[in-house]
Design a protein around this ligand. Structure first.
Ligand code: NDP
Length: 305
């Protein structure tokens, strides 16, 4: 039987409604400052949709756009100003930053109480210890998704493929705190398929187009695809998708020269998995929804609510 769809758009809407309701109930206006350095088109789109979502939910938002040649010192000065700005509860510095900027110094300069991306060492440390913290949005969104569809986590064997600071590591910790048995895989893992085939839950956060195929998946497993990659050839699309999606994607390719795909190959995985996230429409929308939730949470914590 084909896998059922874990619909990230639906869950993201649910989270956003929850945030909007709480904001209006509290009568506060949580504020998010989004900082964008340079003119990377993808980053511009991300920041734009984050700001727009804030407005839709009744949050205050401001966009700070700096030129590509901004120095670390200049960016630190802005972060410092935002740290001291009472109207701002959350600060988001859009990554990646231009090469001349010391990203680590910038992330560590953000007040941990306003670190709505959950990247600061203080918040990562609290996450490790299972204490109340602002947690990275993408992995936190994956937990919301699993909970929404009542996928049991406690006791499940979860295999996380990818060990980045922003997805793989925090994802593994969140699953561990929810009592999953967690295995973390990465580029040096030997016989990846033998390990992922033992999983009840597979989280793919690799950044490699459709690398996880049906051979990697045990019958009935839950598969969450975090990957966001561009497929740019007809050959790739034909391998990744079955009909009718294949035709749709080939049309997108013909029009735009690329189509968004994940780290999972739906054509083969859908035959094995019990649940699968689509790309787009899976994890992506949850990341923004969780950013809104983190901004609200930061606002509540700063006001002692
Ligand atoms: P990184 O490049 O930081 O990390 C990728 C991880 O995958 C690394 O740990 C790497 O291992 C591992 N890896 C690479 N190749 C292999 C392989 N052949 N076998 C096993 N593991 C491998 O990426 P991110 O974590 O930042 O992002 C992962 C994906 O998720 C990307 O496609 C990104 O675009 C997407 N993403 C999506 C978001 C969303 O909102 N949906 C948000 C954030 C990311 P090693 O550590 O050994 O190098």
């Amino acid at each position: 039987m084909a896998a059922q769809v874990l619909n990230g758009v639906e869950v993201a809407d649910h989270i956003k409604q929850r945030v909007a309701a709480r904001v209006s109930e509290l009568g506060i206006k949580p504020g998010l400052a989004a900082v964008l350095v340079g003119d990377d088109p993808a980053s511009k789109v991300y920041v734009g949709s984050k700001v727009k979502t804030c407005e839709a939910l009744g949050l205050h938002s401001e966009k700070h756009e700096l030129p590509a040649e901004t120095t670390t010192e200049e960016l630190l000065a802005l972060v410092d100003r935002l740290n001291r700005d009472a109207a701002i509860d959350g600060i988001l510095v859009q990554m990646p930053l231009p090469k001349q900027i010391d990203s680590r110094r910038i992330l560590e300069a953000v007040d941990p109480a306003k670190d709505v991306d959950g990247f600061h060492a203080v918040n990562v440390g609290k996450l490790v210890q299972g204490r109340d913290a602002l947690v990275a949005c993408t992995p936190a969104g994956v937990i919301e998704l699993l909970d929404y569809y009542k996928i049991p986590i406690a006791g499940a064997h979860a295999v996380v493929v990818g060990r980045s600071d922003i997805v793989g590591k925090p994802m593994s910790l969140l699953l561990l705190h929810r009592h999953a048995t967690v295995t973390i895989c990465h580029s040096k893992t030997k016989d990846l398929a033998a390990i992922t085939r033992q999983a009840d839950i597979v989280i793919a956060a690799i950044g490699r187009t459709a690398m996880i195929t049906g051979d990697h998946i045990r019958e009935g497993a839950v598969v969450v695809d975090v990957g966001m990659n561009d497929a740019t050839s007809e050959e790739e699309i034909t391998r990744i998708f079955a009909e009718p999606e294949r035709t749709k994607r080939l049309e997108v390719l013909a029009k735009r020269g690329r189509t968004l795909v994940g780290d999972v190959e739906p054509r083969t995985v859908v035959e094995k998995a019990s649940w699968l996230t689509p790309v787009p429409g899976g994890v992506g929308p949850l990341t923004i929804a969780m950013l809104m939730q983190n901004t609200l949470r930061a606002a509540e914590m700063r006001r002692g609510l």
